[in-house]
Write a protein that binds this ligand. Structure first.
Ligand SMILES: [Zn+2]
Length: 342
């Protein structure tokens, strides 16, 4: 039991999605996704009809149209599955998803509260005819700052040795190995928006991921094309330093470790219009940008396009590695020094 018995139900409901909860029970592969809804057999009364239990993804609520004749939010679902109170369900959610109730409480003060229809759905006495489907998040919607922090991340793990990252670098990025919750057995890397707010955690599996599990896990609904990893810090570096653009988190962390702090990662080998706009906003015609993608097919194709687009408003250099399949995180400290001070 946590020290304090105060639990902010609203913040917990906002911090987790029905999809994550279903995944926690290992049931996600029994569900079908169609537009805004997930449907499958009801896990509460253990039904078999594949359409009797439905989840509205955007509203983050569920309904069982069969035996349960009931619906509700994430906490109602956990409470029913575990046959426990809402309060106990909230404590379970904190434990399973590694939520930090204190950070959530602090964030809740600053955040504009999102109207939630879930409690009403839970309280409704007559069964709802259907969960109204609404389109998934509007394309113009920015990623919302997270209401929680993953705490107890471990900064020491053999994988960090393999990737050549030091304890200090992990501390600098707030990244670490996660032992439990939805990021269990993954390296959790916080992604900050340009204002320095954490908008997602990327979870990198440390070994060969199990079948069907992705190498990188990103939250449902998170749009990485709207963010540039490390941009919040890169823009605080001196204007006369070149901005280095790399593909991945590890490239970015490695260059940072070697003293090259003005670096951002695309989280892929292409540059989205929103990422281009972010770079444009924080550069001028005197700014220098070095595009340093992986020396593979995707990287080569990506860098050509990126260079052409950025050259319209800043001074661009494309870095070409002399070895195939080379990527920035394989550079030595020496390499990076000579590269930046040719
Ligand atoms: Zn049911």
């Amino acid at each position: 039991m946590p020290k304090s018995s105060f639990v902010d139900f609203k913040a917990i409901k906002a911090a987790i999605t029905m999809e994550q909860v279903i995944e926690h029970y290992g049931l996600l592969d029994r569900f079908k996704k169609s537009g805004d809804s997930l449907s499958g057999p009801c896990p509460i009364h253990k039904g078999s009809n594949p359409t009797q239990f439905r989840v509205s993804i955007s509203k983050n609520i569920w309904n069982c149209f069969s035996e349960c004749k009931h619906g509700g939010n994430t906490l109602d679902f956990i409470a029913r599955m575990e046959n426990i109170s809402i309060h106990a369900a909230a404590l379970k959610a904190i434990e399973w998803f590694n939520l930090d109730p204190e950070a959530m409480a602090a964030n809740a003060d600053q955040e504009v509260e999102q109207p939630s229809e879930a409690p009403k759905a839970a309280a409704a006495s007559q069964p709802k005819p259907a969960i109204k489907s609404s389109p998934p998040q509007d394309n113009g919607t920015p990623n919302k700052p997270l209401q929680f922090r993953l705490d107890k991340l471990v900064h020491e793990h053999p994988y960090f040795g393999v990737r050549g990252l030091t304890f200090q670098t992990l501390v600098d990025f707030g990244a670490g190995y996660c032992t439990k919750g939805m990021m269990a057995e993954r390296i959790a890397i916080p992604i900050h928006n340009v204002d320095g707010k954490v908008v997602a955690y990327a979870g990198r599996y440390t070994g060969q991921p199990p079948e069907d599990a992705p190498k990188y896990k990103l939250p449902q609904g998170f749009r990485k094309s709207l963010e540039l990893f490390n941009i919040d810090r890169a823009i605080k570096e001196p204007a006369d330093k070149p901005l280095i653009i790399v593909e991945g988190f590890f490239d970015c962390m490695k260059l940072h470790q070697y003293g090259c702090r003005k670096v951002v990662a695309l989280m892929g080998s292409t540059m989205s219009p929103a990422q281009e706009e972010l770079i444009r906003k924080h550069t001028n015609s005197h700014s220098q940008v070095i595009v340093m993608l992986d020396e593979d097919e995707a990287g080569q194709a990506g860098r050509e396009d990126i260079a052409v687009r950025l050259a319209k408003f800043c001074f661009v250099t494309v870095h070409v590695f002399d070895r195939p399949d080379m990527q920035p995180d394989q550079l030595s400290a020496e390499d990076v020094r000579s590269l930046l001070n040719p």
